[in-house]
Write a protein that binds this ligand. Sequence first.
Ligand SMILES: NC(=O)c1ccc[n+]([C@@H]2O[C@H](COP(=O)([O-])OP(=O)(O)OC[C@H]3O[C@@H](n4cnc5c(N)ncnc54)[C@H](OP(=O)(O)O)[C@@H]3O)[C@@H](O)[C@H]2O)c1
Length: 335
Amino acid sequence: MNICIMGFGAVGKGVAKVISIKKDELKKKYGLDLKITGVSDSSGAAISPDGLDPNLLLEVKEKEGRVSQYPEYGTDNLTGLNFLEKVDYDCLVEVTPTNIDDGEPARSHMLKAFKDGKDVVTSNKGPLALNFRELTEAALSNKVKFKYEASVGGAMPIINFAHDTLAGCNFESIFGILNGTTNYILSRMAKEGSAYEQTLKEAQEMGIAETDPTQDVEGLDAACKIVILANSIMNKDVSLKDVYINGISKINQESILLAKKEGYLIKLVAEASDDTLEVSPRLVKSGTPFSVDGTMNVATLNTDLAEDVTVVGRGAGSIETASAILSDLINIWKS
Ligand SMILES: NC(=O)c1ccc[n+]([C@@H]2O[C@H](COP(=O)([O-])OP(=O)(O)OC[C@H]3O[C@@H](n4cnc5c(N)ncnc54)[C@H](OP(=O)(O)O)[C@@H]3O)[C@@H](O)[C@H]2O)c1
């Protein structure tokens, strides 16, 4: 299976790393020979129909900052749709940055891949939260596969789990802690009694929160994820604009300590049900699955047959997120 990777940051590099680690095992276990025939970042590309060496790609990106410096097969300024024209691939791994204004350029990359009869695997929330129906219908009408497990909860299995393992169930509601950054901040505030601003600053220094943390702390990231879950698991037709969003920036030490005294924690909870699509700070009982610490994610699926099913896992990280992308690639191969 020939794959091309668009975006070679934390997740793209994680994909190259897991392919390098698992290559022989994948061949033995599934007969799957994953070949990276092209990689692009924001300034150029490396393309070879015979396959690029994942370790050399990582080395070049680390040393030179650009994949176009890959010996012999690197090209400056070949990006976006032009890159997709040139590369020979079966499946696009779309891992460029999330854009929640118009979903671009990832939306166009994916639509082109579908039109050209290629499968797509992505971790990119933006286009899924804004254009879910457009993308899934384009995949369907072009008879190709479209998988996006990594877009919600990183390594926490939820979308394929609901589609495959809980295939016979209907989903009545989903509750989740879907943003690791805010969970980390709220966990530390509860544990240490620290103030919001100071805890956010420390999270930024540790690389857990972005320099511009708006999307996380104002609840937009979690809102994108609950939209993806509502559409893909509950068969809704909703978009980011349909979510009632309230972030954590107004949560203070006093309210956290008061909640703690009564045996509760304050968490940023995303909910999708028949009459609610919401992200807001809520009280959760200490000692329940929703009292997860740090950057962990958790979600409970309320089903008609199996009642509540709860999953917990790492919501982000290079290798962790790449594990979800790899499982999508394997499932495409197996099907
Ligand atoms: N990091 C996580 O743990 C995680 C978890 C789940 C989902 N995600 C999602 O996965 C995606 C990738 O995340 P990330 O953390 O890997 O981001 P990142 O570290 O910021 O890397 C983004 C990569 O995309 C490249 N890029 C930017 N514009 C491009 C374009 N037009 N064409 C091709 N490449 C382009 C960048 O190029 P340069 O290297 O040249 O700057 C960079 O290599 C995002 O949508 C993110 O929301 C991330």
